[in-house]
Structures are given as structure tokens and as C-alpha cells.
Write a protein that binds this ligand. Structure first.
Ligand code: HEM
Length: 400
């Protein structure tokens, strides 16, 4: 007999990771959200949560929704798992609290502030180049050109951009189901996997980067012995593709909404709002998983014990219960701390200040130099299981 007197979560026999739903997830998100606060996704055997309130509960209530089984769809504690544990993202408090505090010291606001000048300087270079060119790809020429330069340089690793992109794609595919996309990326990434393990090791850390500081913190006993390369891997995975995705989506939305672009140009303080609103509308991380620690009730439905639960932030960030006109791009909307693009609770993104600093520097540098940003062809999304990111964004920049 069940101790929880609530009806079972309804079953939805649809694949959130089908080509169609990955290309345009929003109609599926609406069906899932409107059916119930949590629905059982039959093809993959997990519960999907798409409403804002319940997504917040799943993300943060670790007593009922643990991260110990991993933030991906496979349970990393069980045989056959296709991912290995992150020593920060896949621990519950109190163990997580100690690790997070040590990393927070390495990435304190004071430390991040010292990067500002360097970021601003690099942003000016990128912006100057693209405005001179006029017809550009907003992904390759702006978002990637900037992030793949500044982030590895503060992390302190010297790596070819193409390899960072490939390992990032692999990571965000592997958070989802073990489907064809994973197989195809594994095939492409196979030849560089040995290199990938090596490049995370101490001897590859450049002096002064925060990768080196992670190793020094391990020496000081702040982390368990042997976890430093896995921390570096987590930053590598979490910090690059997400920020590229967010900057790309901001450019796309600004180019499609000249009225909103005009508002930002009239008041550059709104650059922050434009970036946050883009993260809300096209959340880079689309879903993260937890595992039920026992039978639980969520929003009036019953979830089975020891089962994966995905909180779909991409859906929660367009939940009409939370947002007025959720499909409208509005750079003045108050979203910071409310949207779920950075998660919520103990695991809320530790790099959000870095992402914001990068976005403000590069978007500011480009916007200061242009009168208009116009779409110059169809934008294409890259098909990745759990990352909403653009592949190509043709733009025309009209100089000021
Ligand atoms: C727009 C850019 C970014 C987005 C959308 C994003 C998104 C997220 C989300 C949703 C989580 C929570 C995961 C969960 O609930 O399980 C998270 C955690 C994390 N993020 Fe970010 N992130 C971004 C940028 C960055 C950057 C630049 C860094 C690198 C410094 C970073 C490092 C991390 C780490 C290490 C965690 C794990 C924190 C923990 O478990 O305590 N992220 N991020």
C-alpha cells in the first residue's frame, strides 16, 4: 500500500528528445505542462516537470530529489551508466557545501572583477572585426570567437576551440538519453578522448588560471584527493557552451526585435536585461535531472521511488503560471533570480557572474558600434539532447 494518497503522475507517450521536439521544443513543453505538474515520460521512464514552481522544488529539495544519482538521465550509481560523477554537481549537502565553499573562494566576486578589463579588451577586438565585416555569423564570429578565447584563458588551459566544442556537445548529449545523438558524437569525439583526459591534468594548467588554483586547493585538503581533474572537467563542460548559447540567443532575439534593440541602445543598462530575457526564452541548459529518494508527492501527483525526475527549465521559463506573455521578448522584464536558466538551490550556477560579465562585455562592445542588427538568413539550431544552442546565425551589422 502506498503511503501517499495522490493519483499517479499521468503517462505521456512522447519523446522530448525526438528530432522534432529538439528543433522546436515549445509545443511539446506546453502539452507536458498542461497535462500535470509531473508527467511520466514512457519512452525513457523518467518524470518530466515543466511548471516553474515544481521545477524549483525538484532542483532544490535534495532530501526528496537527490543529485547523488547524477544530473543526467542515467543513474550514475547503477550498472550501465554512461556518465561519471562530477565532484560538485552530483553531491548533496552537506558534502556538497564544503566543496562548493572551496570553489566559491577560487571564483569569488573579487576574483571575477579582476577579469573585467581583460574581457572588455578582448570584446573590443572581436566587435571591431565583426562590424568591419558587416555580414557575419553571430555564433562563430561573435559568441564563439569571444567565449572560446576568454573562458579557457581564465581557466588556464590551452585547447583548440574545435575540441572544446566537441566535448561540450558530447556532455550535453550525454545528460539526456543514450540515443543516436550520443552515438554519433561519441564516434566523432572518440579520437580525442585520450587527449581530453590528459588536458585536465595538472601539468596542462597554465600559471595563474583558476584550473591551477583548483589543484592547489586539492593540495590544501579542500577537495578529496584525485578530484581536481574532475573539477576542471566540470568547469570545462558547464562554462563554455552554455555561455556561447546564451550570447547567440540574445543576438538572435535582438535582431528579430528592432524595438527591443532600440530600447537597449537608448539605455545600455538594459543589456543585462536582454541577456537574462534570452536565457529565459531559450534556456541554454534545457533539463537537469534528480532522483526520487522515496515515493514522493509533487503538485498533487505521486512519483515512484528511485526514479529519475527531469526539471525542464526551458519549459518552466515559459510557464504562463509564472510569466505574463511568456513567448514575448521583453528586455525590461524582471527575470533575474526568478528564471530557472541558472537552476536554483544549492546547485545554482556557480559561474553565473562570469557568464553575465562575458555577455555584458561582448554585447556592449558590439552594440556600441552598430545602428542596426538585421537577420541575414535563417538561423539554425544545433541538435543537442539537452542544450539549446544555435549552429548558425547569419546577421548583417549596420555600423553606427
Ligand atoms: C549562460 C551560461 C550558463 C548557464 C545557462 C548555466 C546553467 C547552469 C545550471 C542550470 C546549473 C544548475 C544545475 C543543476 O541544477 O543541477 C549550473 C550549475 C553549474 N554551473 Fe553553470 N551555467 C552557465 C555558465 C557557467 C559558467 C560560465 C561556469 C563556469 C565558471 C559554470 C559552472 C557551473 C558549475 C560548476 C555548476 C555546478 C554547481 C554546483 O553543483 O554547485 N556555469 N549552471
Amino acid at each position: 500500500m502506498s503511503a501517499i494518497l495522490a493519483p499517479d503522475a499521468p503517462v505521456l507517450d512522447e519523446d522530448p528528445f525526438s528530432d522534432e521536439n529538439i528543433a522546436n521544443p515549445y509545443p511539446f513543453f506546453e502539452r507536458m505542462r498542461e497535462l500535470a505538474p509531473a508527467v511520466f515520460i514512457a519512452p525513457h521512464g523518467y518524470y518530466a516537470v515543466g511548471r516553474h514552481q515544481e521545477a524549483g522544488i525538484v532542483a532544490s529539495d535534495y532530501a526528496r530529489f537527490t543529485t547523488e544519482g547524477g544530473v543526467g538521465m542515467s543513474d550514475i550509481r547503477k550498472p550501465g551508466a554512461w556518465r561519471t560523477r562530477s565532484p560538485i554537481a552530483e553531491l548533496d549537502p552537506p558534502e556538497h557545501t564544503r566543496v562548493r565553499a572551496a570553489l566559491q573562494k577560487i571564483l569569488s566576486p573579487l576574483v571575477i572583477k579582476t577579469w573585467k578589463e581583460k574581457f572588455a579588451h578582448r570584446a573590443e577586438d572581436v566587435a571591431e572585426r565583426v562590424v568591419a565585416k558587416g555580414n557575419i555569423d553571430g555564433v562563430a564570429d561573435i559568441a564563439e570567437a569571444f567565449v572560446l578565447d576568454v573562458f579557457p584563458s581564465v581557466l588556464g588551459i590551452n585547447v583548440p576551440p574545435e575540441r572544446i566544442k566537441l566535448t561540450g556537445e558530447l556532455n550535453f548529449n550525454q545528460i539526456g538519453p543514450n540515443n543516436e545523438r550520443v552515438a554519433r558524437t561519441l564516434e566523432r569525439a572518440g579520437p580525442i578522448m585520450d587527449w581530453y583526459q590528459q588536458v585536465l591534468q595538472r601539468e596542462y594548467m597554465l600559471p595563474g588560471g583558476f584550473g591551477e588554483k583548483i589543484y592547489l586547493a586539492e593540495d590544501a585538503g579542500d577537495f578529496d584527493k584525485g578530484t581536481a581533474p574532475l573539477h576542471v572537467r566540470t568547469f570545462f563542460r558547464a562554462g563554455v557552451d552554455t555561455t556561447i548559447a546564451g550570447i547567440g540567443s540574445t543576438l538572435k532575439l535582438l535582431s528579430e526585435h528592432p524595438d527591443q534593440l532600440a530600447k537597449v541602445q537608448a539605455n545600455p543598462a538594459l543589456i543585462k536585461g536582454a541577456f537574462e530575457e534570452a536565457l529565459r526564452m531559450e534556456s541554454p541548459a534545457q533539463v537537469m535531472f534528480r532522483t526520487t529518494t522515496g515515493e514522493v508527492e509533487l503538485g498533487g501527483v505521486r512519483l515512484r521511488a528511485d526514479t529519475k525526475v527531469g526539471y525542464h527549465m526551458g519549459a518552466a521559463n515559459r510557464d504562463p503560471r509564472q510569466w505574463k506573455d511568456p513567448d514575448r521578448f521583453d528586455v525590461t522584464r524582471q527575470t533575474t533570480g526568478v528564471h530557472r536558466a541558472f537552476g536554483v538551490g544549492a546547485h545554482v550556477c556557480i559561474g553565473q557572474m562570469i557568464a553575465r560579465l562575458e555577455a555584458e562585455c561582448i554585447l556592449g562592445a558590439v552594440l556600441r558600434r552598430v545602428r542596426r542588427i538585421e537577420p541575414a538568413g535563417p538561423a539554425q539550431w544545433r541538435p543537442v539532447n539537452t542544450l539549446r544552442t544555435l549552429d548558425v546565425l547569419p546577421l548583417t551589422l549596420v555600423g553606427a
